[in-house]
Design a protein around this ligand. Structure first.
Ligand code: F6R
Length: 263
């Protein structure tokens, strides 16, 4: 796992944007790259940077297919906080990725259990995702794989912890409006992506980041599953790095990265 510690969240946004941009510009001709997108606050600065590069530098996403990590159960697709609406508002509608190329679990399906199976099948048929962007919950979740999730899990319905509901209440008018259930890619599903790119900023994430990067591999910290992946990059600001024991080594490694060594 490569741990990239940068001074600010804005610096993290630029590096995350670099990795996503490289995945789409470095593709073989005729190949449609797949990106795994996350929602929430963590990726927003990266999305803003990609939008800026699209507008100012001509970065094109033509042909890209995007796959969401997760979706709330029961919110209408046009609800402003459904993840399909969020990703459109924060990113895809501002670049050349048409709605038809943005895929996510169907949170409005009459049977969410069936919707989960269908999304897993879609991912298997279209994968592997080239780069999967990830945030991390304060409790170590990735996607909505809450602590206790099987490290080999596939896409399924999960019940959110009260902590996660409280964390996400900031996006809703009232706590009661935050859905209790989600459909999330499993940890095994996420692990099929070719490159996992986790980003976090702020002191609120420091303990979860330390547990994921330096703690034991355990379902109690679902993000620790990154330790098993052959290509995982963690891009964090100084505040989120505050509890890492090997922070000095990670900074030293970054300083001495070979010029042609990609993230
Ligand atoms: C969102 C997702 C979640 C978030 C995590 C962090 O699609 O899968 O795992 O990445 O809850 O949320 P933020 O970035 O809002 O702190």
């Amino acid at each position: 796992m490569e741990v990239v510690i940068l001074p600010t969240a804005a610096d993290c946004g630029r590096v995350v944007a670099d990795v996503l941009a490289a995945a789409i510009t470095g593709r073989k001709s005729g190949h449609r790259p797949t990106l795994g997108l996350a929602t929430g606050s963590s990726p927003v600065l990266a999305y803003q940077e990609l939008i800026r590069r699209h507008r100012e530098d001509g970065l094109s996403f033509a042909g890209v297919r995007a796959f969401l990590l997760d979706e709330y159960v029961g919110l209408p697709a046009d609800h402003p906080e459904s993840y399909r609406s969020v990703i459109r508002r924060e990113f895809t509608s501002h670049v050349d990725i048409p709605d038809r190329d943005v895929h996510g679990p169907d949170g409005t399906h009459p049977d969410p259990l069936v919707a989960a199976i269908e999304y897993e099948q879609l991912l298997r048929a279209n994968g592997p995702v080239a780069v999967q962007l990830l945030g991390i919950g304060g409790n170590g979740h990735i996607g909505f794989n809450e602590p206790g999730s099987s490290l080999g899990s596939v896409t399924r319905v999960k019940t959110l912890t009260e902590q996660t509901r409280r964390d996400n209440a900031r996006f809703f008018d009232r706590m009661e409006d935050v859905p209790r259930h989600v459909i999330t890619q499993g940890l095994g599903t996420i692990g099929r992506a070719e490159h996992l790119l986790l980003t976090a900023s702020g002191a609120r994430k420091a303990a979860a980041v330390a547990a994921a990067v330096e703690g034991p591999l355990t379902a109690s910290c679902p993000a620790s599953v990154l330790q098993l992946h052959p290509h995982a990059t963690v891009v964090i600001d100084e505040a989120a790095a505050a509890e890492l024991e090997r922070a000095d080594y990670y900074r030293y490694t970054l300083e001495h990265k070979l010029p042609h060594q990609p993230y």
